[in-house]
Design a protein around this ligand. Structure first.
Ligand SMILES: Cc1cc2nc3c(=O)[nH]c(=O)nc-3n(C[C@H](O)[C@H](O)[C@H](O)COP(=O)(O)OP(=O)(O)OC[C@H]3O[C@@H](n4cnc5c(N)ncnc54)[C@H](O)[C@@H]3O)c2cc1C
Length: 556
């Protein structure tokens, strides 16, 4: 059996940053990832990463913008950690070799982003995630950190209420392997593909959230799913917020900059929930164009577009057939980011001993009910580092404990049963129905009846999933099998989202109810918790941590 002090699951920004930090304390660190590290979804991040670097800005004002953006649901102690540690982390990333774009005086350039009171988003053109991902991967190579790529984790091994390691399929051989660890860090990314045509990579199927939930850790605030205002109609591919940060306008069918009605001060740079609702309203009231509104960049000029927004120009030309130098791009809101996730403290510790989580799969919570653009990449770095530190400290302080022997054989039996099953539906049919149900019933505007439909649909899918089959019975690189397992994860998370949303009788951030249109701080200034039970999630609630900023009305 393989044995490590710290095992990190996931090699996006959060996972690699955690591994680099953990390796400072112990050499026995391994990273497992279902795709090669530089194919992680972090590599698709375009617009940038926030930090108050300028003397005219401050971590305090970054923290206030984040609290307000979160619609007061973010935990303020965690937000203060995020914002005060941001500048140091950006400088460290730069020293590791991240090539940020530069201002004319040679400093790291920063662009305005939605919901921010100061231009504090650092960027590398519009390929920021890719650039940081490669810098971290180089560091991992330099440090000689062991990477098991194309290993697909299927469960956590838990004994006596403590996480003792993981079980994974080595996709190249199809063999199931046990990896014993004193601490496990989940950094498996988000789960927006519960919805159809999300902006996420196909691999973002919420695996870690579901694994942690099934193993006894708690999920938090799953109902808060962010719709990004600018995604392409055909497939949900993202047009970065940086396009509005650089000065892009949103127009309706009448050629009006409609944001003047919804957010007269911040216009296109109001926070994402506000802009997405405005667009959806324009579309539903008949001022859209073929289910979209337009983002117009023409006035920025060819040079700026080519220099600062080169990738989105290519995406718009390839996918929408539109060159933004000459024509506006049709866009619509699309499922993008999971504010909720595995509940952790500010050191990444979950409710299950020995288990840590960081990045999009975690909920610290710094984003509350609505995340600000540029704060997610920052979260992966700040809390990836902190989780790596805490997990390695734990690993160095405990003696090795025994690995539950049955974990591997139980998992072998479960997977063989799935592979042998002869009759039933294929899982992709269920995934499609889940996504359709989520889009129809759990979208930007929500009402009780539709959410109830969604809950019922997910329960039906859960039952059908228990009898699902895979057609490829082979062991080597069986993507039919991994797709089926991923669909199981998405169904788990869809259920937690729909139930949490139905229960929350208010509108806050991304959770906007037509039947409860107001924020209700008296009853709902609290986090939703979801605990796994055989009959579906049991919900609980937890107070929000406040430090300096009492809830106030939110306008942009
Ligand atoms: C198109 C797009 C653009 C974005 N732009 C920005 C931006 O400009 N600024 C910003 O702040 N945020 C942005 N975001 C959000 C941000 O990029 C993500 O939240 C963040 O990168 C997530 O990083 P992560 O390390 O948590 O996970 P990911 O980068 O998603 O990595 C997940 C890792 O987990 C591994 N994994 C998952 N499941 C398993 C399993 N079962 N077994 C083994 N390995 C597994 C995967 O192989 C992968 O290595 C964007 C998101 C998208 C989708």
């Amino acid at each position: 059996m393989l044995e490590y002090d710290v095992v990190v699951v996931g090699a996006g920004l959060a996972g690699m940053r955690a591994a680099i930090e953990a390796s400072k304390k112990t050499a026995k660190v391994a990273v497992l990832t279902k795709v090669h590290p530089v194919r992680s979804h972090s590599g698709a991040a375009q617009g940038g990463i926030n930090a108050a670097l300028s003397p005219a800005d401050s971590p305090e004002s970054h923290a206030f913008d984040t609290v307000k953006g979160s619609d007061y649901l973010g935990d303020q102690d965690a937000i203060e950690v995020l914002c005060s540690e941001a500048p140091g982390d950006i400088i460290e990333l730069e020293h590791m070799g991240t090539v940020f774009s530069r201002a004319s005086d040679g400093r790291i350039a920063q662009r305005p982003f939605g919901g921010a009171g100061f231009p504090r988003t650092c960027y590398a053109s519009d390929i920021t995630g890719l650039v940081i991902l490669h810098a971290l991967y180089e560091q991992m190579l330099k440090l000689g950190i062991k990477v098991y790529d194309e290993w697909f984790v299927t469960s956590l091994a838990v004994d006596d209420g403590v996480c003792r390691g993981i079980i994974a399929i080595d996709l190249k051989s199809g063999k199931l392997e046990a990896v014993k660890a004193k601490a496990v860090i989940l950094a498996t990314g988000g789960c927006a593909p519960v919805f159809h045509n999300s902006s996420n990579a196909l691999i973002s199927t919420g695996d870690g959230m579901s694994l942690a939930y099934r193993a006894g850790a708690t999920l938090m605030d799953m109902e808060f799913l962010q719709f990004h205002p600018t995604t392409l109609k055909a497939n949900g591919v993202l047009i970065t917020e940086g396009a509005r940060g650089e000065g892009g306008y949103l127009l309706n069918a009448l050629g009006e900059r409609f944001m003047a009605k919804y957010a007269p001060n911040k216009m296109e740079l109001a926070s994402r929930d506000v802009v997405s609702r405005a667009e959806q309203t324009e579309i539903e009231e008949g001022r859209g164009i073929d289910g979209c509104v337009l983002i117009d960049l023409r006035h920025l000029g060819a040079q700026k577009i080519k220099e600062r927004l080169m990738q989105i120009r290519e995406l718009a030309m390839d996918i929408a057939g539109v060159d933004p130098i000459e024509q506006p791009i049709p866009i619509r809101p699309g499922a993008h980011y999971s504010m909720g996730g595995i509940k952790t403290d500010v050191h990444g510790a979950t409710m299950l001993k020995g288990l840590y989580a960081a990045g999009e799969c975690a909920c610290v919570s710094v984003h509350g009910a609505n995340r600000l653009g540029g704060n997610s990449l920052l979260e992966t770095i700040v809390f990836g580092r902190r989780a790596g530190r805490a997990a390695s400290e734990l690993a160095c302080s405990v003696a090795g404990a025994s690995f539950p022997e049955a974990a591997l054989s139980d998992e072998e039996r479960r997977i063989s049963e799935l592979l042998k099953r002869e009759k039933g539906e294929r899982a992709h049919v269920l995934r499609k129905e889940l996504q359709e149900a989520a889009n129809t019933n759990l979208g930007i505007f929500r009402v009780a009846k539709k959410m109830q439909n969604c809950v019922e649909k997910v329960r039906e899918l859960k039952e059908r999933y228990a009898r699902a089959i895979v057609q490829d019975r082979g062991r080597i690189f069986n993507t039919d099998l991994t797709n089926a397992l991923q669909t199981g994860y998405l169904i788990d998370l869809g259920e937690a989202m729909a139930l949490g949303a139905l229960a929350r009788e208010e509108s806050r951030g991304a959770h906007s109810r037509l039947d409860f249109p107001k924020r209700d701080d008296e009853k709902w200034l609290k986090h939703t918790l979801a605990y796994w039970t055989p009959n579906g999630p049991r919900l609980g609630y937890l107070d929000v941590t406040m430090t300096k900023w009492p809830p106030a009305e939110r306008s942009y």
